[in-house]
Design a protein around this ligand. Sequence first.
Ligand code: SF4
Length: 340
Amino acid sequence: MQTFKSLWVCLDMHGCPNRCLHCWLGHGTNGRMVPDDLRFAAKAFRPFAQNLKISSWYREPEFADDYKALWVLETELSDKPEPHYALMSIWRAARDPDYIPWLASVGMDKCQLTLFGGEALTDKYTGRRGAYQDILRSIEQLKANGIAPRLQAFVNQETIHEMQHIDELITRYNIEYAFAHQGSCTGAGAALYPLWPTQATLAHMPPLLTELSLKHWQANSLTDIFGEPEAVLYDRLCNSHNTHSFVCDDPVFFVDRNWDVYPNLSAPAPQLHLGNLKRDSAQTIIEAYRSEISPAQAARRNIPLGEMIRACGNPVGQGLFVQDDYEEYILERYLNYTIS
Ligand code: SF4
């Protein structure tokens, strides 16, 4: 069987302490997988990749108490050592004084923290009381350990009214890196569609967050970042014959706590299911991926984009999307619409 140039297999070993309203990965139940499970997944997929990478998480990094040992094990099981992602667990940082010094010790120099405005909105959108205060403490600890905080702000018609608060944090903590966007309207985030930012929303973006966002995205305007109104995309794409294959030579596979496997294309959900690693061989799962039998892959491969947009898009929608995100949103909506 043809091997992938690279394959990244991520296990959802412990899940996530948060339930963010914008979460494109959805709100699956947390699991409790063990290090031997990571070894099992690595052994199963190893014959099919020239370069295999194994991760113990795809939701919250270092949510597991044995995070240091898991980091070592990931490195042992992966073909090439990789730097730590610029992501952290603010939940752990608030409970484990060793954690942020440990992040510095593995080479982290920049780390992303997600805000939705001030305390009440950040706690509400993170789905956990205390999240905002955890973030403030993390900013201080990151700076004390030589790691630059990078603020990520999610903008919609509700959170925009507290974006000034992000400017205040940028000033208070002398933050160099920050960026805003609207996130993905898929997974749990699909429920935020009625609040999706419009051009009128962007008129309220505060100056410092705007300046750092343009720098982060290397954009000339907020329109470059947030995209076009849905009505414009609808009009341009509603007769498109475009189809697309998601198959590539360097896929990422998600393995959930029940061993169900999904390609990293959208929220792990039945419409992307490839198989179950305890019931099916890795070869069978890879064949399912390559032959695009999951409903989401098959729909995007065979159904013209315009047909899906005509079925599920809003010809007068004013919410802003970049085209790729709009295509993802439409595909998920189309599958929910045709399956229900
Ligand atoms: S967005 Fe990240 S932190 Fe929030 S619920 Fe999803 S996986 Fe967890």
